[in-house]
Each structure stands twice: as C-alpha cells, then as structure tokens.
Design a protein around this ligand. Structure first.
Ligand SMILES: [Zn+2]
Length: 252
C-alpha cells in the first residue's frame, strides 16, 4: 500500500502547504482521506480526478472537506462527465459542502456525487480497502478511520480531543496518523477537542503502533518541537506529515 501526504496544516493552508488530505493506493485503487483547503491541486499531481475510487471525510470543518467541492466539479463538469464521485462522510459534511451550491443550484453536489452517509462503528469495503469508523470527540462529530489493505493497517484520527478511543483506533497499526494540533496543553477549563503532540505520542505508545505520523500542525509552529514532545512519550519511529511525503508500506 502506498500512503502519500497531500496536506499537513491545521486550520488554514500556508505557502506550499495544504490542509488535511492523504492519498492511499493499493492495486491501482486510489482512496482519499479528507480534502481540506489546497488538497485537490496536490491530489491531481498523483492521479486524475476520475481515478479516485472513494473519498472518506472525517468531519465537517472546512480545513478537512472544502476541496470535495472542487473534486466533484472535476468529475461532473467535463463533457462527457466522469462517473459520480463516491463520498463517504457524515451527513453534515454533505450539507456543509453542498451549501456552496447556493440557492440557484441547490443540492447540485448531492445530485452529482454518489453519497454514502456513514457514522461511528461501521465497516465497509472499497476495492481492496476495508474501512472501519470510530466516533471521536471534536467541536463537531468526527470519525477516525482504521483502514486495512495488503496486510497493512493504518489509522487516522481526523480531529479529536483526548479519549481512550484514540488508542483503540490505533491499536497495533503499522502507521498511526494522529493530529497533533497543540504543543502546549491548553489552559484548564478550555474545551479539549484537539490533541497535543505529547498526547499523540502517549496514545501511540498505549496502542503499540509501529510508526507514528504527526499531522494537523498549527500554522507557523516549529514542527521539530512537536516531534520532540511526542518522542518523550513514544520511543518508536515518529514521522512529521509533509506535503509530498510518500511511503510504500509492506507487511511486516
Ligand atoms: Zn476540526
């Protein structure tokens, strides 16, 4: 299985960086996880819009889903159009992105794509990929994904607050892609709906993962600091998500 980072920024994109997006490829089947600001342009450097077999979206925040709208256009507007884009997401993701159609083209996205509404604790197969969903706490409902293909298991949190469910999601995975928005622990009394780099490291250790990849960095933060904070908790290999970083994963 090939795993490629399309975007690694939380909140908004910076020069040369996109928001959350990852590409998985197995046996010629391409699946995308999240499509935040700037991800589509990077995705199309790896495959055609028509090659995407499915998009899985973690939650309805724009930095994780707004480029769904562009990818749907790249599928639906050519003449003749490509087959409808299969989108697996919570219903609120479709409502949020679909609102870009405005009143004059109401529900155009929903009509054009192939929407599969999903929720927590589900399992589905897309080509060689088996995908399981985990409900995780965030400002809005969020799904973590645990994905298996070619004997490899990857987990991706989307955005989440601290919860033992994160370690459950990541249990024994070959690659655990974990959001690590914060470096400092937010002040007491703040809603905890995002992780620190140290918490990402702790969950990686508890879950016994082979490799940890930190992502969803706050724009402008020194990512080497995030790595060292995670390394105090997790002794295994730690990667920093980086646009264009591509890993060929094979079973151990
Ligand atoms: Zn979010």
């Amino acid at each position: 299985m090939r795993f490629t980072v399309l975007g690694s920024s939380g909140a908004w994109p910076t020069a040369g960086r996109a928001c959350s997006g990852f590409l998985l490829e197995s046996a010629g089947t391409f699946v995308v996880l999240d499509l935040g600001f700037g991800v589509l342009s990077r995705l199309l450097g790896h495959c055609g819009a028509e090659d995407v077999r499915a998009v899985f979206v973690t939650h309805a925040h724009a930095d994780h889903c707004v480029d769904l709208y562009g990818l749907n256009r790249a599928r639906a507007l050519p003449r003749p159009p490509f087959p409808p884009l299969p989108i697996y997401a919570l219903p609120e993701v479709m409502d949020r992105v679909g609102s870009l159609d405005g009143l004059e083209e109401r529900d155009r996205l929903k009509r054009e794509c192939e929407f599969h509404p999903i929720g927590p604790d589900q399992s589905m197969d897309v080509g060689p990929f088996r995908v399981r969903t985990f409900g995780l706490p965030h400002f809005v409902p969020n799904l973590g994904f645990r994905i298996e293909a070619d004997g490899i298991v990857i987990a991706y949190t989307g955005d989440t607050g601290p919860t033992p469910r994160v370690a459950e999601l990541a249990r024994g995975t070959d690659l655990f892609v974990c959001e690590a928005t914060h470096q400092e622990v937010p002040p007491e009394g703040t809603n905890r709906f995002l992780l620190t780099a140290a918490e990402a490291g702790r969950y990686a250790r508890e879950a016994g993962v082979a490799r940890l990849m930190l992502t969803h960095f706050w724009p402008g933060d020194d990512r080497a600091v995030s790595r060292s904070l995670a390394a105090r908790e997790f002794g295994g290999e730690i990667l920093l998500a980086e646009e264009g970083l591509s890993l060929l994963l094979s079973s151990r």
